[in-house]
Design a protein around this ligand. Structure first.
Ligand SMILES: Nc1ncnc2c1ncn2[C@@H]1O[C@H](COP(=O)(O)OP(=O)(O)OP(=O)(O)O)[C@@H](O)[C@H]1O
Length: 232
């Protein structure tokens, strides 16, 4: 169905083995196109974090298949040795807390990863400022993180997730600390960024304020995903 974003098929993750094995994912399926934002919801212990960690190549699945675009990432085993490069080049992460580096200004927080990867400081900063403009926080480019509001910090962390133009962004409870208006603003921004930067965004959330805004939701129950199409 979806060729250009991320797709998983029959993904299984079992922690441990034998009598104490925990079957966290029992054959999860999901497909998210570039330009699309989907919600991933489910009760506590249903496997959301496990799925997100597998998608982010943070933990290894037990079996199944995962592709990003045409590239097979996992097929009953990782298809690359360099998982760090895979995460850096293909996946952006947004967390509940922005985790900005307190002693770097906003621009350098966004520019840091490309700088570490060898992009010249001038080019990395120019690119960072362009992203800050897209996220409407360029006027705070020289501020330190502690001088920003919670919503501004989260926008900077979204800019950082976009910096390598990844085809996939994984967001773990990105609106949890924000009030209703700010939470909805972050989701609107994610929708805008998904289209503008041509990326597939998966948002794990418990946040009742934002759940009704997703066009497509995946429910996860007992390690199995069920798709709910909310609106066309
Ligand atoms: N490292 C681990 N070792 C063993 N079992 C684990 C491990 N991590 C998670 N589990 C188990 O796997 C199942 C799914 O956990 P997971 O954290 O993915 O759920 P979740 O949907 O994210 O829950 P929550 O909403 O409470 O964060 C649970 O039964 C959990 O206890």
């Amino acid at each position: 169905m979806v060729a250009d974003g991320i797709r998983i098929e029959s993904l299984v993750k079992t922690y441990g083995s034998g009598d104490t094995a925990v079957h966290a994912l029992r054959g999860a399926d999901m497909a998210v196109a570039k330009g699309e934002v989907v919600g991933l919801i489910g009760p506590s212990g249903s496997g959301k974090s496990t799925l997100l960690k597998c998608l982010g190549a943070v933990i290894e699945p037990t079996s199944g298949r995962m592709t990003i675009g045409e590239r097979v990432i996992y097929d009953n085993g990782w298809q690359t040795r360099d998982l760090r490069a895979l995460r850096r080049d293909l996946i952006g992460f947004i967390f509940q807390a922005p985790y900005l580096i307190p002693f770097l200004d906003v621009t350098d927080n966004v520019a840091l990863l490309p700088m570490l990867a060898g992009t010249s400081n001038a080019e990395a900063r120019k690119n960072a400022v362009e992203l800050l403009e897209a996220l409407d926080v360029a006027h705070r480019a020289k501020a330190m993180p502690a001088q920003l509001s919670g919503g501004e910090q989260q926008r900077v962390s979204i800019a950082r997730a976009l910096v390598n133009r990844p085809p996939v962004i994984l967001a773990d409870e990105p609106t949890a600390p924000l009030d209703g208006t700010r939470a909805l603003a972050v989701v609107a921004l994610l929708n805008d960024m998904a289209v503008r930067f041509d990326t597939a965004i998966i948002v794990v959330t418990h946040d009742e304020k934002i759940i009704p805004t997703f066009r497509r939701l995946y429910h996860i129950r007992d390690g199995t995903t069920v798709e709910e199409i909310v609106s066309e």
